[in-house]
Design a protein around this ligand. Structure first.
Ligand code: ZN
Ligand code: ZN
Length: 340
């Protein structure tokens, strides 16, 4: 029986535009798969947008999002799921050049591809499948690559690296961790002995291949989460790099007042889109701060409605619509009525 094509199983790649500071370089970040998502789901792009924004990369920056979900962990189906996901990564790699060519400024003057985990597999498949010389491909950054040097038929480790290196104008940067347990798990799931690229230095020596060890430094349980520490990782890849100050850092956080999960500009005063309280999310310590503690007071007029008061301002009772001008004396809130 023929397999019925299922729309949800499609990879459905989407290029999310993240920033453009006017410099003539283009960076595309490709995420990997996630144990916590149901099969064929798309991981939350907002989360990646926020993490990537912290690095404030220059030029045009995109996130390539794809339906990469791993499936909830079920030992019976895990191997089947994993092989389908790898197959998806491979298929996406084969069409990566076509996807990138959809960029409005194609071909970019200087293109950098960054792939995390299975996103790195997407890139290596792409480098083997097509010629990239006409695309301005400058750097390729592999973060915890979930692919082995000898996974491609007809390629030895040496041939694989030579082919990849020949596709870039500048360098291939292999960021690896010897403690990467997620990648160890891949060998376990596949029941093979092939070690992933993201676990060791490249076996082939070349001036175009640069290895950076992150062994024991990624601070997550698996030593695999390069995107959560993307800013720090980029600082290692490009020491003394220039940050794009025009790149607004964003963050997802719980509003400290209404506790809604919201996406906000970081490191500046913002209003919570849910409750309008003003606070600042600082990436320095990932905490929320406010200058004035919000206070919920009873409406002095109708005594039924409540008004949330923060900084000195004119506020209106949501019930009787009466306006009050609030001020503060120390921690005490004082008010005067405002004529309509
Ligand atoms: Zn809020
Ligand atoms: Zn009132």
């Amino acid at each position: 029986m023929d397999r019925v094509p299922h729309r949800l199983q499609d990879i459905d790649p989407i290029l999310y535009f993240l920033n453009d500071d006017g410099l003539p370089t283009t960076t595309v970040v490709i995420h990997g798969a996630n144990f916590d998502h149901f099969f064929a789901n798309r991981p939350d792009p907002d989360e990646y947008c926020c993490l990537i924004s912290r690095a404030q990369l220059t030029g045009r920056v995109y996130l390539l999002s794809w339906r990469s979900g791993f499936g909830t962990y079920n030992p019976v189906r895990a191997i089947g799921n994993f092989l389908s996901i790898e197959d998806n990564a491979h298929r996406l790699g084969k069409s990566l050049k076509a996807v990138i060519s959809k960029l409005p400024w194609s071909p970019p003057k200087r293109l950098t591809l960054i792939g995390h985990s299975l996103g790195a597999h997407v890139i290596t498949s792409a480098l083997l499948e097509h010629e990239w010389h006409d695309t301005g491909l400058y750097d390729v950054i592999l973060l915890g690559a979930a692919i082995g040097e000898e996974d491609y038929e007809e390629y030895t480790g040496r041939k694989f690296w030579r082919r990849c290196a020949s596709q870039v104008r500048h360098r291939i940067i292999n960021c690896y961790s010897g403690y990467d347990t997620q990648l160890w798990r891949r060998s376990f799931l596949r029941r093979d002995q092939l070690e992933c690229i993201g676990r060791a230095r490249a076996s082939h020596l070349s001036s175009k291949i640069h290895n950076i060890s992150f062994t024991g430094t990624l601070s997550d349980r698996w030593d695999h989460d390069y995107l959560t520490w993307f800013d720090r990782v980029m600082n290692r890849v490009y020491p003394n790099r220039t940050r794009s100050t025009a790149y607004q850092v964003e963050a997802l956080c719980d509003c400290p007042w209404c506790e809604d999960y919201v996406m906000v500009n970081a490191n500046e005063d913002v209003e919570c889109p849910s409750c309008n309280i003003t606070f600042e999310y600082r990436t320095k310590d990932d905490q929320c701060y406010w200058r004035y503690e919000p206070q919920e007071i009873e409406c002095p007029r109708c005594e039924i409605g409540t008004i949330v008061v923060q900084a000195p301002a004119v506020e209106q009772c949501s019930r009787c619509r009466k306006g009050f001008e609030f001020d503060r004396r120390g921690s005490e809130v004082v008010y005067s009525e405002v004529a309509r």
